[in-house]
Design a protein around this ligand. Sequence first.
Ligand code: FUB
Length: 311
Amino acid sequence: DDPPPPARTAGAPDASTAEAGNPIVEGWYADPDVAVYGDRFWIYPTTSRRYSEQTFMDAFSSTDMVNWTKHPKVLDIADVAWAEYALWAPAPVFRDGKYYLYFAANDIQSDSELGGIGVAVADRPEGPYKDAIGGPLVSRFHNGAQPIDQDVFIDDDGQAYMYYGGWGHANVVKLNPDMTSLGTFSDGSTYKEITPENYVEGSYMFKRDGTYYMMWSEGGWTGPNYSVSYAMSDSPTGPFKKIDRVLAQDPAVARGSGHNSVVNVPGTDIWYIVYHRRPLSETDGNHRALAYDRIDFNSDGTIRPVTMKVN
Ligand code: FUB
């Protein structure tokens, strides 16, 4: 039996009073992307290790965002024939009875290397996810954007978009309804550059009250000044003008907070930002931990700066 699609209705999970401790789960994880599938919240993170050792992904599910169940190795590099190392930055999305997990593989530094953004598919949120197309969906630099750190967003009209990019450039592409091939824009182009001010990586898109919010990370990912900023637009393809930084280090709590996603508690106007951060005790560049906090909106839709919970 297929599980039900992502719920925004009765039967949905409830995290309206969540006061969980941070880190969300034990272990070194980064780049969390959160989805609501049926009656559970799901978080898919990068296994935060040296790239050569990032060869699998775990997932975590919860009905309340307090108690989490670990689902080990939902995607394994053994199931992606073209990937040699480094699976990271997963992006989950559901469509037409299938669960998709977009990921980056092989840290390509030039167009001549194999790697980029791939897509895996499963019948269930916990996988097992298998490579859907036998090669990368985006395998080269376009507009200067390294093919990493993707997020997939399906608009209310059914059009799917993928936002991605490292090395200071961001692109948006359209996905066809099969979710495994790229579409074209009305001008015939495939890749549209949407780089906002100070963009480094970690693109993310969500929609609230008809407004499109693009979020991204700034600063070096190993440094204390890694942070999250956002733009608002009335179009999923921008333009995206930076409004402000919303999540930054707090020297009393954690450093290097970034690479986020956002979840709306179904049926409410309660929103959480899910991100990774570095514990103050961190001595290893890969020591990143998952955290989440409330995000609140002003009456004009702008986002108030996030206060990081201590734990
Ligand atoms: O986890 C590997 C890299 O670290 C990601 O691509 C960046 O966004 C940063 O979080």
